[in-house]
Write a protein that binds this ligand. Structure first.
Ligand code: NAP
Length: 652
């Protein structure tokens, strides 16, 4: 599906519809976002009067209309109607966004907020001047020397596209090497049936490429790919991407201050040299298929969710889905529609978040408003962002004094009761299943999965069996479990996740003094701010170690922050005409100590939880445990005390 990314609010259609129509569409409006949008478009500040402010109390789930009462909603709709009529009669008369006006608009949604948040809020709303847009240009800083400075990006997924856009804005020559034949990374590869976002896609969009055109609250994979393709074309990024090119190795050359990158292109071996390399290879693209005795003898087809075999006939077949994580959770209901029998092999049940509209398109009235009210899509995105910015974070923090076999704090227990009662309702008529579908680890320990009832409906089906016995082997005819039962199987789907903690593998990365990155890490990847690792100058990682989010915020914002920090480092190199920049060992160590200590205090750090968030050492290697604001703030600028910058012809 094609998603048009307008970004420009001026492109909104003008309003010509009747009063009745306008009253009608307001019934389905998301008022907390519509009011500041209309205030901005018309200048009528009554729309953001204090008494209409949505309460939006921190709670396990975001309340409808931000918790606005019926009376508030009724008054808000009347004012919004007047504003729509004004837009129809006079067109937009936008507010001048001085600091005070912007603050009053922002605070309509956020309430009084710590001023430290304001830059992040501006960033997410996309208020000019655009935060993240480099205020420097390579040519201005280095004149004709800038042409000699180049950056190589590995990967044209969500992060790679973001960094190549910012590099282009800064006038830095960039080449992107992408192993696939198109952009989109994990969203290109994961095209299994049922694949869709499990966070709102207004939030899952770049701050610099916002769009009113989303057709779903939680888009299916093809819409997301459509979005990335449109962004690529609109920002002119495709011309710099070498598709079908896999990187095998990169080696730092101290003398020239460059990386030599070798790999395989569509026409054979390729070699590139660049001053800096940005790894944007993602965390979730190396499928993990467990070793199970006898699996090579299986007579049917077997494949991973991320390597879906669209050529395999599933209709009427005996299908086994191994795993009940985010991918399997979406696949199983689809398999139930086509399979003759479906076995769901569960080791650990998932916690679910009720989302009744999960697969519903955005209502027509709401879509109309998004396309006709200037700024509405921005405020809608912003409202969704704010509702989850620190969102459920307080609910997943560990209270060491809390004593409970499952939950990790009083608030976590509150969340547990909400999500457990949802599961109990869904499986109320199946006492045989109930004990198997209630998790015994704290909610937030693993990703909580959006559910519109499809999971329970699938497991209720006569031809679907939840298998909780341990898998002991695979035989030509099927799967054997610990109780000795052989489950006849035609097709095995491995929904068994990814080797997420194998950062940058299988590439060989050789840094200063010939040190191999994977030997240095020893399977325990760490970085400073997820971006820099000592001994590997001018190598930057996006969505690197400890930058994944579990219950709050947006992973796109995290990637944009890593990009901003990378650009700040590159600016230092260009401006100083330096050879290399590298994080200081003590800064790196102190940072990782801080992150480890903070992860230990989160539900996902609990010893009771095992997940892809932890590496083989049991260390949480994937997640960012601090407030989102911390990452935003720390990535705004380069602190010269954190790094060693080496001049050309200078010993490191
Ligand atoms: P995952 O969350 O790691 O789930 C893997 C599943 O396989 C788990 O249920 C795991 O059980 C099971 N498993 C692993 N090895 C097994 C074995 N040897 N025997 C039996 N079961 C085994 O992987 P995923 O579902 O692919 O999701 C990974 C991440 O991708 C998600 O957390 C999310 O961040 C992202 N994702 C996002 C979306 C979306 O936005 N819509 C969709 C899919 C994925 P245990 O829990 O017991 O280990």
């Amino acid at each position: 599906m094609h998603i048009e990314v307008t970004g420009a609010d001026a492109s909104h259609s003008s309003i010509s519809e009747s009063d009745e129509f306008l009253r009608e569409v307001l019934r389905d409006a998301e008022l907390p976002a519509l009011l500041p949008a209309l205030a901005q478009a018309t200048g009528d500040l009554r729309l953001i009067a204090r008494h209409l402010r949505p309460p939006l109390a921190v709670s396990p789930t975001v309340p409808a209309q931000g918790g606005m009462s019926e009376e508030m909603q009724s008054e808000a709709r009347d004012l919004a109607f007047e504003a729509l009529v004004q837009l129809r009669e006079q067109g937009p008369t936008p507010l001048e966004l001085d600091e005070a006006t912007l603050t009053s608009l922002l605070e309509f949604i956020t309430g009084p907020v710590d001023p430290a948040y304001v830059p992040m809020l501006r960033h997410e709303l996309g208020v000019p001047p655009e935060i993240g847009n480099p205020t420097w240009s390579a040519t201005e800083l280095a004149g004709s020397d800038a042409q000699g400075f180049s950056v190589l990006v590995i990967g044209a997924g969500m992060s790679g596209l973001a960094v190549s856009h910012r590099l282009k804005q800064a006038g830095v020559p960039v080449t992107v090497l992408e192993k696939n034949d198109d952009v989109g990374g994990t969203w290109l590869e994961n095209d299994y049936p049922g694949c869709r976002l499990d966070t709102s896609n207004f939030g899952y969009s770049y701050s610099f490429a916002q769009t009113p055109e989303w057709k779903w609250q939680y888009s299916a994979q093809d819409s997301i790919i459509g979005y990335f393709r449109t962004v690529t074309e609109r920002l002119g990024l495709r011309e710099d991407i070498k598709f079908g090119t896999t990187v095998d190795s990169m080696t730092w050359d101290e003398a020239s201050g460059t990386w030599t990158v070798k790999g395989q292109g569509p026409d054979g071996p390729v070699e590139y040299t660049a001053n800096a390399v940005v790894s944007a290879v993602g965390q979730l693209n190396k499928p993990s298929i467990p070793t199970i005795p006898g699996q090579e003898t299986f007579a049917g087809e077997a494949f991973h969710t991320a390597q879906w075999r669209h050529d395999v006939e599933l209709r009427g077949k005996n299908i086994a889905v191994i795993g009940t994580g985010a991918s399997a959770f979406q696949v199983v209901p689809e398999m139930a529609k086509v399979g003759g029998h479906v076995g769901v092999y569960q080791r650990t049940p998932p916690w679910m978040l009720p989302a009744p509209d999960y697969k519903q398109p955005i209502k027509g009235a709401m879509s109309w408003l998004l396309r006709h009210v200037p700024y509405y899509h921005r405020w809608y995105r912003f409202f969704q962002f704010w509702a989850t910015v620190e969102g459920r974070r307080p609910y997943v923090q560990v209270d060491p004094a809390w004593d409970h076999p499952v939950s990790v704090s009083e608030k976590n227990e509150e969340l547990r009761q909400v999500v457990q009662s949802y599961i109990e309702t869904e499986f109320a008529d199946r006492p045989d299943l109930l004990p198997h579908v209630i998790p015994n680890y704290p909610p937030g320990g693993k990703r909580m999965l959006r559910d519109d009832g499809s999971w329970a409906a699938a497991l209720h089906s006569d031809h679907v069996d939840l298998v909780t016995e341990r898998i002991t082997g695979i035989e030509p005819e099927g799967i054997r479990t610990a109780d000795g039962v052989l489950h006849p199987t035609d097709v095995i789907v491995y929904g068994t996740g990814f080797k997420a903690s194998d950062f940058l593998e299988p590439m060989t990365v050789v840094g200063r003094d010939g040190v191999d990155l994977h030997e240095q890490w020893g399977g325990n990847a760490k970085a400073y701010l997820g971006v820099l690792t000592p001994g590997f100058p001018n190598l930057f990682m996006l969505y690197g170690p400890n930058t994944n989010l579990v219950v709050n915020g947006s992973i796109i914002l995290m990637a944009e922050c890593s990009v901003d920090y990378t650009l700040a480092c590159l600016k230092e190199l260009v401006e100083k005409d330096a050879a290399s920049i590298e994080v200081r060992e003590d800064v790196f160590e102190a940072f990782n100590d801080e992150i480890d200590a903070a992860n230990d205090k989160m539900a996902w750090g609990s010893p009771r939880v095992s997940s892809w968030y932890k590496n083989a050492f049991g260390r949480v290697s994937q997640n960012w445990p601090l407030p989102l604001l911390e990452y935003f703030t720390r990535t705004r600028a380069l602190n010269p005390d954190d790094v060693v910058v080496t001049g050309k012809n200078e010993e490191a």
